[in-house]
Design a protein around this ligand. Sequence first.
Ligand SMILES: [Zn+2]
Length: 272
Amino acid sequence: MENLFYKIKYYFGTIYRGLIGRFHNIFDKAPAIKSGAEWYSLGDSTQGRNIRCYKFGQGEKKILLMGGIHGNEVGTVKLAHNLINWLCGNQLRFSNLTIFVVPCLNPDGAEVARQFPDYKHRGRIGRLNARDVDLNRNFPTTDFMSQTTWKTGRNYHDETIAVFGGDFAGSEAETKIIMDLIKKENIKNIIAFHNMGSDVMPVSGDAVAETWAQIYFKKAKFKIRYNVNLSGSLSSWAKENNIHYLTVEGSSRWGSDWHRQYKAIEEILASM
Ligand SMILES: [Zn+2]
């Protein structure tokens, strides 16, 4: 009986979320990036799309903020566009920082998500890159696995889906491009935008990331989760390379979530 109740609730929840998703996707567009914002290409995706990087400031401390590692997480790219436009007017406030914003690491997946918006399944289509690799399982970590999983749904335990981490660690163009940027610029602070869950996941023991998580808790009412272990993730790679790292799971698949998150982002940048 309880199971039936859950199924009915889940069914109506799917319709509801689909409608909300459609609404956000249509009315909460990625804003055009202001003409003053300068970008350069970090390289080409598997299908030859530019992976753009916007750079602000020349301060000593460096931070990377990144969206669209999973192309289906449409809202993260919209969030990054809002962030770039906001930084255009506010970068002088963060003169001690160099801020890198990569709005979309997986433009090929994002294009698939744009063409086939998957409202019915909360937007699953487009997660992988053009070679069907989950980029957030492809980093060269000690726990890398080719055959791995994606846990989804409420509290990340409704469903476990098999995903491909790549033939070998760091096999994908997009993975190499972001690692090259991080190494070349010696970036020691990273925030990666995903969705959805309204929570943040610092690596336990990383005091800086824990401070950022507390800021998200305070400013955006996001929950804090620990010990989310994913093979070959950017999170694990950052930990192994002594980089402060926070995963942010936004509250909307299709919406920018900017109004929910920007105060947290602002305070984190100001705290550095
Ligand atoms: Zn994700």
